[in-house]
Design a protein around this ligand. Structure first.
Ligand code: MN
Length: 192
């Protein structure tokens, strides 16, 4: 049985950039449904009692386990997403991560452009990610419940670009949502 992980801030703490109403629905309805559905799907199966990452890796690419993969991926992705934001977040990272971003993308501005582009061009539902692949920082986009850890790629942070993540606050303006995420919400990881 998986339990819902607590939201690391109050639903209203992200201000105008992500409203309490959006987070209440997103955390309390969408995320809850993924956790509940995953628990139902794995009860009494070989996946019961396995860690989440192992369930994701063992069900990846297997048609008969697609529903388990989708829900396990979405539980993982949302738990990373809650922790990819913080009240008064955003702006450029400091220290080693700043250097690595400079190395990988040329500049922080270039990184922002590429990350926003991934968020905007993910067709339909999915996620934009900053991840470490083979020791290098990369920007990745995934569809639906897919997640980089299925393929052994280690994500550092993500942005949910399913419409349920932004529609109440931004309607169709996904680009504005991605911009505000980087300017005002993103929580850079402490170490990479
Ligand atoms: Mn979501």
């Amino acid at each position: 049985m998986f339990e819902m992980k607590p939201l690391p801030y109050a639903p209203g703490a992200l201000g105008e950039y992500m409203s309490a109403r959006t987070l209440e629905f997103h955390y309390g309805k969408h995320y809850k449904t993924y956790v509940d559905t995953l628990n139902k799907l794995i009860a009494g199966t070989q996946f019961d009692h396995l860690p989440l990452e192992e369930i994701i890796q063992k069900t990846y690419g297997k048609a008969e386990y697609q529903a388990i993969f989708n829900n396990a991926g979405q539980v993982y992705n949302h738990e990373m997403f809650w922790n990819s934001m913080t009240p008064n977040g955003g702006g450029a990272p400091q220290g080693r991560l700043a250097e690595k971003i400079q190395e990988a993308f040329g500049s922080f501005e270039k990184f922002k452009e590429e990350f926003k582009n991934a968020a905007i061009t993910q067709f339909g539902s999915g996620w934009a990610w900053l991840a470490v692949d083979g020791g290098k920082l990369k920007i990745i986009k995934t569809a639906n419940g897919d997640t980089p850890i299925a393929r052994g790629v280690r994500p550092l942070l993500n942005l949910d670009v399913w419409e349920h993540a932004y529609y109440l606050d931004y309607q169709n303006r996904r680009a504005d949502f991605a911009e505000n995420f980087l300017q005002h919400l993103v929580k850079w990881p402490e170490s990479d």
